[in-house]
Design a protein around this ligand. Structure first.
Ligand SMILES: C[S@@+](CC[C@H](N)C(=O)[O-])C[C@H]1O[C@@H](n2cnc3c(N)ncnc32)[C@H](O)[C@@H]1O
Length: 372
C-alpha cells in the first residue's frame, strides 16, 4: 500500500505501513475464526488422515452443509492453510471436483489432541475471550468486571485444551522431577497430599496424580462449570479415588488441611485477591510443604513494542483476565501480565520471605517457588 509520495514523507510512510499491518492482522483474525469453525465442526479431524476431499465429501463426513463447507475450504486454501488439488475454476457451479488436503504437520497442530503442538484450542480461547463483548465495554466504562462464567464454554474448554497435554506430558514427568525435594516427597511414603488451587478443568491435578501413583490431589476452583468438567475428566482418567475437586475461593481463610505441595497453575493473575490466595497457600503448605506457582512469562518490565509474548498476554488481559479479576471488589486488578516484581510484592504481603524462580525452561510460563 506504499505510495510514491510516502517514500519521501515519514508520516505518510508510517501511515501506509500501519494500514498494511492492520490489513495483515485482519487476515490473521479471520483465520483464527476459520480455525475455530474447522475445529468445532470436525473438518480438520476429517482431513487429518491425509486423504484429499471435495466439499461434498467433507460435508457428508461431518454432517454439515456443502455450500458452507465449500466456502470454508476455499477460505482455508486461499489462506494457505489447506492445499487445493484439481481444476482451479471447478468450483464455479457448485462443489466441483476440487479436492483439499491438510498437510501432516498442520494436521498435528490443528487436529492431534495428544500432541504438545496442538493449538486448535487457542482459537476456541480467543472466541471465548470475545464472547461477552457488550459486558466488557460496560466494564471498561464503569470499572466493574465480567464474570468468568460469562465467557462461556469456549473460554473454559479452550483454556483447558491449551494446557492439557502440557500437564499430562510435562508437569509430572519433566518439571516437578527438576524440583528434587518435591519430587522425592511426591514419590515417597506416606503418600503425599497436593492442593491444586484454581485447578480449572483438572488437567494439572490429573497430570500430577498420573505421574506420582501414590499422591492424593485436592483441586480447588471458584467456577462451578470448571469443577463439573474437572469431575468428568478425573473420572475418565480413572483417578476418582485419588483426585477430588472442590468449589472454593482460594482466598477463603477457612480452607482446611495440610499439604506437602500447594500449586497454582496459570491462575494467580486471575484472582481479585492474589495476596489472600497466597496467604491461604502458605497456610496449606505449613512449615514443611512446598508452594509452586506457574504463571505467564511476562517480560521483567513494561516495554513499548514489547516481545510477542507480552503482546499476546496483553491481548488476553484486555479481553478476559483483567475483567474476570475485577468482578469481586476490591480487586488487585492484576491482569494477565503479572511481572516477577508484582508476584514478589504479593508474596511478601502474604508472609513469604523468599521467591525463587525455578530453572524450568518454558516459552510461555515461568515457575516460582515461594518459601518462608
Ligand atoms: C486461566 S484459568 C486456569 C485453569 C487451570 N489452572 C489451567 O491451567 O488450565 C484460571 C482459573 O482460576 C480460577 N479462579 C479464579 N479466581 C479464583 C479464586 N479466587 N479461587 C479459586 N479459583 C479461582 C478460575 O475459575 C479458572 O478456572
Amino acid at each position: 500500500m506504499s505510495t510514491q509520495a510516502s517514500i519521501y514523507d515519514p508520516v505518510a510512510r508510517d501511515r501506509d505501513d500501519f494500514s498494511e499491518r492492520l490489513f495483515g492482522e485482519a487476515l490473521g483474525a479471520f483465520n483464527i475464526f476459520s480455525v475455530y469453525i474447522g475445529d468445532r465442526l470436525g473438518f480438520y479431524r476429517a482431513l487429518a488422515g491425509g486423504e484429499a476431499l471435495t466439499s461434498g465429501e467433507l460435508a457428508r463426513r461431518t454432517n454439515t452443509h456443502e455450500r458452507y463447507v465449500r466456502e470454508w475450504l476455499e477460505h482455508q486454501a486461499t489462506s494457505c492453510v489447506l492445499e487445493a488439488h484439481g481444476n482451479a475454476s471447478s468450483a464455479g457451479n457448485g462443489s466441483g471436483e476440487r479436492h483439499y488436503s491438510l498437510p501432516p504437520g498442520r494436521a498435528e497442530v490443528l487436529a492431534d489432541r495428544e500432541s504438545l503442538s496442538y493449538m486448535a484450542p487457542l482459537a476456541q480461547l480467543i472466541v471465548g475471550a470475545v464472547t461477552p463483548l457488550d459486558a466488557l465495554l460496560e466494564a471498561y466504562r464503569n470499572g466493574g468486571g465480567v464474570a468468568y462464567h460469562d465467557y462461556g464454554v469456549n473460554l473454559r474448554e479452550g483454556q483447558a485444551g491449551m494446557n492439557r497435554q502440557m500437564f499430562l506430558q510435562q508437569l509430572g514427568h519433566e518439571w516437578l522431577p527438576q524440583v528434587e525435594d518435591v519430587h522425592a516427597r511426591l514419590s515417597s511414603d506416606p503418600p503425599a497430599r497436593v492442593a491444586d488451587i484454581g485447578c480449572g478443568a483438572g488437567w494439572s491435578s490429573i497430570g500430577i496424580a498420573s505421574a506420582y501413583p501414590k499422591v492424593q490431589v485436592d483441586g480447588y476452583d471458584l467456577d462451578q462449570a470448571s469443577i463439573d468438567l474437572a469431575r468428568v475428566n478425573i473420572q475418565s482418567a480413572g483417578l476418582s479415588e485419588r483426585v477430588r475437586v472442590f468449589l472454593r475461593d482460594a482466598s477463603d481463610p477457612d480452607q482446611y488441611g495440610r499439604y506437602d505441595l500447594v500449586t497454582a497453575f496459570e491462575c494467580l493473575h486471575d484472582m481479585s485477591n492474589p495476596v489472600g490466595a497466597l496467604r491461604t497457600m502458605r497456610m496449606l503448605a505449613g512449615e514443611r510443604g512446598a508452594v509452586i506457582i506457574m504463571d505467564e512469562r511476562a517480560m521483567e518490565e513494561f516495554q513499548p513494542c514489547g516481545e510477542a509474548l507480552d503482546q499476546l498476554l496483553y491481548g488476553f488481559s484486555i479481553l478476559h483476565c483483567l475483567p474476570a479479576g475485577m468482578v469481586e471488589q476490591p480487586s488487585a486488578g492484576t491482569g494477565t501480565v503479572m511481572r516477577p516484581d508484582k508476584l514478589r510484592t504479593y508474596a511478601q504481603q502474604a508472609g513469604f520471605s523468599q521467591v525463587e524462580i525455578l530453572p524450568i525452561d518454558h516459552f510461555f510460563f515461568r515457575f516460582y517457588r515461594l518459601r518462608g
